[in-house]
Design a binder for this molecule. Structure first.
Ligand code: PLP
Length: 389
């Protein structure tokens, strides 16, 4: 089809590597090739039983119709209480909206706030969809480099340097995909000061907030004084509750922004499935214990996988403090990340994501998901070792 049928805004789009690579792994497996897929950012656990039971009960009780477009009232109340308890964010339910995953919250937030030509600061390496949503809105993603030498911390001096009269937003993701960095309170306060000084919005993607290790703490920029109306807080159920396929997330924002986000939701998806929202109530009310158990398991996986990866000689990786990604630097500088992904797939039948999919500063790295069984991780290490011989 010629591009005359396409809108300009989609012409520069590229596939999401973190979605299309797992599709490739599924296709290879179907054709009989035994691939270990460490490219897909999701827990390997089943969804906790009480959540599944709640969805089944909701269906049996006839929750098969439209509900309130901003979210099931019970779920909005649970989210409101959670934001206050865990994040120190005090918002009325009228400033919360339940969404089809965190992704739809991010898309809607950006569509509602970014004009063509607006600049959006994104610490780089970054999760690709943040930048793609900015481009779809006609905005310009501006990379703020993050460096492995200082643990991929956000350098607030660099942030300040990159602010122009066109800067409208900064995107924050902590714990961070793909690096596993957890932003410190000091760094977050410095970013908040810049936001307040220049009236820049902060889009805070907190989907990995529960997945932190070694005493690391998650902080929400939306709880800082003066950031209440400048912050759009995004979160969801996919990663903490192992509910990636359920497509359930939520967002909190100022009254002004939320009123427009709700209109976009009403004219597009209306709301997530009603019975899924009902299951979300059970997740928030009853399932924190399951989350703690899963996080302990990720920590065990991390403690095995990252040191073993470092022993192979092909990679150098700092121990990540959050999320479930290892983001090692490739020691052989003559090879691109995409080339190494192809080699690992061909020789070791292990699929990782090339760092180049995570922005300009991601080149030279690979991303592995270690939310896997110990057996799978051991097999992965063995295969990579054998392929390196
Ligand atoms: N935000 C980040 C940083 C992610 O890594 C992901 C998924 O990989 C998402 C959002 C998407 O979450 P959801 O499944 O709730 O749409």
């Amino acid at each position: 089809m010629s591009s005359k049928h396409l809108a300009d805004r989609v012409l520069s789009l590229t596939p999401s590597a973190t979605v299309s690579l797992p599709d490739k792994a599924r296709a290879l497996r179907k054709s009989g090739i035994d691939v270990i897929d460490l490219s897909e950012g999701q827990p390997h656990f089943d969804t906790p039983a009480p959540i599944k039971d709640a969805a089944k009960d909701a269906l049996d009780q006839g929750m098969v119709f439209y509900i309130e477009s901003s979210g099931l009232p019970d779920l909005l109340l649970e989210i409101r209480a959670k934001l206050e308890r865990d994040n120190g964010i005090d918002v009325p339910t009228s400033q919360i909206m339940v969404t089809v995953g965190a992704k739809q919250a991010i898309f809607t937030a950006i569509i509602c706030t970014i004009n063509p030509g607006d600049e959006v600061l994104i610490p780089d390496p970054y999760w690709g969809s943040h930048a793609s949503c900015v481009r779809l809105a006609g905005g310009k993603p501006v990379s703020v480099p993050m460096r492995t030498e200082n643990g991929f911390a956000i350098d607030s001096r660099k942030v300040e340097e990159m602010v122009t009269s066109k800067t409208k937003m900064i995107v924050l993701s902590s714990p961070h995909n793909p690096t596993g960095m957890v932003v410190s309170r000091d760094d977050l306060e410095s970013v908040a000061d810049i936001c307040k000084k220049h009236e820049i919005l902060a889009l805070s993607d907190e989907i990995y907030e529960k997945i932190v290790y070694d005493g690391a703490r998650h902080y929400s920029i939306g709880s800082f004084l003066g950031m209440e109306d400048l912050t759009i807080t995004v979160n969801g159920f996919s990663k903490p509750y192992s509910m990636t396929g359920w497509r359930l997330g939520y967002v909190a924002a100022s009254k002004e922004i939320m009123s427009r986000m709700l209109m976009v939701q009403q004219h597009s998806v209306t709301h997530p499935a009603a019975f899924v929202e009902k299951a979300g109530v059970t997740a928030l009310r009853e399932c924190d214990k399951y989350v703690e158990d899963m996080v302990r398991d990720y920590q065990r996986a991390r403690d095995y996988f990252v040191p073993e990866l470092n022993k192979i000689g092909m990679f150098s990786c700092a121990i990540p403090k959050g999320a479930f990604y290892a983001f090692p630097r490739i020691t052989d500088k003559s090879m691109t990340s995409a080339q190494l992904v192809d080699i690992l797939l061909e020789k070791a039948r292990v699929l990782a994501v090339p760092g180049s999919s995570f922005g300009r500063h991601g080149e030279g790295y690979l991303r592995f998901v270690y939310a896997q069984t110990m057996e799978t991780l051991k097999k992965t290490i063995q295969r990579i070792k054998e392929s390196a011989r």
